[in-house]
Structure formats: C-alpha cells, structure tokens
Design a protein around this ligand. Structure first.
Ligand SMILES: Cc1ncc(COP(=O)(O)O)c(C=O)c1O
Length: 376
C-alpha cells in the first residue's frame, strides 16, 4: 500500500539520534532549549526568513501557545475554518476562547473572505486561517481585514511548510505562524511543531509558555505547559530540514506529473485538480481532487474504495468537518457553512510524497481512469 504520506528517513537521521543517545542529554528545560532544538530552530528561521522560531512538541502545542501568548480571554472569539484538522479548533477551545466557524471557498478550500467579514463581531480577537493541503490562504486580504478590525492573524501553517504566497513563505505573514512536524508532514520530527514570529516580545513570551511559564528556576510568571521538543525529535527535524528543498522538488514533480496525466479525463468526468497561480505556490503536501459530479455524491466514496483496494492509500480530509463532529455541534449555532459541507463530500487526496515513484503515479491514474469508466 502506498500511504497518503510517509516520512523520508535515512541514515543521517539515524546517526543523529545515536549521537543524542550517546550524549545523554535527551531534553533540556533551559530557556533556549537543547542543542538540537536550537539547531532546528535556526534552520527553520533561515528557511522561512523570519526573526524567531520557537520549537514545541506538536502543531497543536504551537497553536495553543500562540493563543495563550495573546492573553486570550473567555469571552473572546477566534474565527477559523471548520474544514481543517480538529486540532485547530481544539487549540481555540483549550485557550478558553470561542471558536467561530467560517466557510471556505471552493477554489482552494481556504477561508472565505466574505463569510469571514460577515462573522466578525465586537468579541472577535483573532483570525486563524488554515493553509489547507498546502494551499496558501488569501494572506494579503487577510492582513488587511485583520488591520481594519484590529484583530490578530495567526496562521495555521501546519500543512504548508514551503508553500509560498507572493514570493514569501506562508506562516510569516501573521503575528505568528504555527507549524507541525507530525510524522506525515512535509518535514517530520515524529511529533513536533514550531511557532514563528518577527515580534521580539512574543518570542520571549512563547519561550516561557513552552516551559511552564518559567524564566529562570521556578519563577513562574504566566500560564505555560510542558511544550518542550525533546532532543531526539529535534535531531530528526534538524536533519529533515537539510532535505526540505529535495522533498519539495519531489512532491512538485509527482504532482505536476499527476496533473499532466489527468488532463485528458478531468473535463469528461467533471473532476477539478489543484492549480497554482501567479500568487500562490504549493508545497504539495496533499494533491486533492474534487469530484464535482453532484448528481452522484457517492462517486467520491466509490473511487476512494477502489483506489484503496488497488493499494493506493487515498484519504479524505475532512469528512466530517469539525463543526459536524459531536463535540463541536454545540459551537455551530447560526453557522452557514455550505461550501464546507459540500467539499467534505466531494474531495479526495492522493499520495505525492517523495516515496511515490513516477510509475506509482502512472498506476494511480490508470486505476482511476478504469474505475471511472466502469461506473460512469
Ligand atoms: C491543519 C492542521 N492544524 C493543526 C495540526 C496539529 O498538528 P499536530 O498533529 O502536530 O499536533 C495539524 C496536523 O496534524 C494540521 O494538519
């Protein structure tokens, strides 16, 4: 089975892990973290061209810490899409704020600007867009809206390391940007994450938050938690950063090949493929098709089943969307999320990670064509 995503680990990561084990410093509660944590932060900073990177132990921790750093209060509202991994919303609830779900556009599945403006209220404090599938949200417009309404912009860039908007890395437009180094992400630490910012004061605060709110010793100054990234995880992430350019190139190669091979069938079967434009360049974290054929809403699920039967680990991100999960239904009053609901039933993501060969792509397309012909 070709999994939807798979970490690309080789000898260098293994050697670095052994060095950490031999060195006996598995973690560090020092303010600046351990040696590998600092090295990982330094390469992330230079890749993103940003002033500060604070490594933490998950993307969820990155999101939660960034909200804590803004001193979010119980009555505050955070505007976010429901078409995301539940961690985005969980971080908001964990910070004590109220999640307000905003619809997405069906062009690239990122936050819809009209619906966003409609849902801004006196209680709004943060806009939390998600660069879903590695598709950058409309960052210039979001920055304008954030400025106009005096809101903070925190980017959920957990899926978008290496995606570019107007020649600038995603995650570096807002007050803070949050990344995940989960096992399936573009760069992995096994589990891990990072917050980036150009704000010195916030960077200081975030370092406190990842270490129980302490500065030196036990002088706890604010609420923090244990969000420290262990050295073993940082060792993997540090080596992965060296491969990032190659990883991105291979993902792009696979995705463009897939698009070329699908060219002949997309209009026949009413399928939409992901397309970049002059402004938005993808990291191709996921290659997501849309089966637009709304007369046949089971088509996506049928094709998913057939591809999996043929060893192709396709996946649906996300069905149900967050607002339709039992826990979140209570937050969903008056939310009209038409595009979110529609997309959750029509999208299907294909594997394009560096472990996927050109032959795998050819095979994927053959199976897809065959199954579409059989059913339609
Ligand atoms: C959009 C999004 N937000 C947040 C997260 C949370 O990251 P993590 O799994 O590292 O906690 C993820 C990844 O899993 C994600 O895809």
């Amino acid at each position: 089975m070709i999994p939807i995503n798979r970490p690309w680990i080789d000898d260098e990561e293994k050697q670095e892990i052994i060095k950490v084990l031999d060195g006996n410093a598995l973690t560090s509660a020092a303010r600046n973290g351990g040696k590998r944590v600092q090295e990982f932060e330094s390469s992330l900073r230079s890749f993103l061209n940003v002033k500060h990177a604070i490594a933490v132990n998950s993307g969820t921790a990155a999101l939660h810490a960034s909200l804590l750093a803004l001193d979010i209060k119980a009555d505050d509202e955070v505007l976010l899409p429901s078409f995301t991994f539940v961690a985005t919303a969980n971080s908001v609830v964990a910070s004590g704020a109220k999640p307000v779900f905003v619809d997405i556009n069906t062009k690239d599945y990122t936050i819809d600007l009209h619906d966003l403006k409609r849902k801004i209220s006196k209680k709004s404090k943060v806009i939390l867009p998600v660069h879903l599938y590695g598709h950058p949200s409309d960052l210039c417009e979001l920055n304008e809206i954030a400025n106009q309404y005096s809101l903070y912009l925190i980017e959920d860039a957990c899926q978008s390391l290496g995606s570019i908007y107007k020649n600038k890395q995603t995650g570096t437009f807002g007050t803070m940007g949050c990344f995940s180094m989960y096992a399936g992400k573009v760069v992995t630490a096994g589990e891990g994450g990072a917050i980036v910012t150009n704000d010195d004061e916030l960077a200081d605060t975030l370092k406190m938050i990842r270490n129980h709110g302490m500065v030196e010793g036990y002088d706890t100054r604010r609420l923090g938690l244990n969000y420290r990234l262990p050295e073993l995880s940082a060792a993997i992430a540090k080596i992965q950063m060296k491969k990032l350019k190659t990883i991105l190139d291979l993902r792009r190669r696979n995705s463009l090949l897939l698009s070329n091979l699908l060219e002949t069938i997309i209009s026949k079967y009413n399928i939409k493929i992901p397309e970049e434009d002059q402004i938005k360049k993808f990291n191709w974290y996921l290659y997501t098709l849309t089966f637009n054929n709304s007369n046949n809403i089971t088509l996506r699920d049928y094709i998913k089943k057939k591809l999996i039967e043929n060893g192709i680990g396709v996946a649906v991100y996300y069905d149900p969307p967050v607002h339709k999960t039992p826990f979140y239904e209570r937050f969903s009053m008056n939310n009209d999320l038409q595009n979110t609901n529609w997309s959750s039933k029509h999208v299907l993501s294909l594997p394009v990670h560096p472990g996927v060969s050109e032959m795998d792509i050819q095979n994927m397309v053959n199976v897809l064509k065959r199954e579409l012909q059989n059913i339609l």
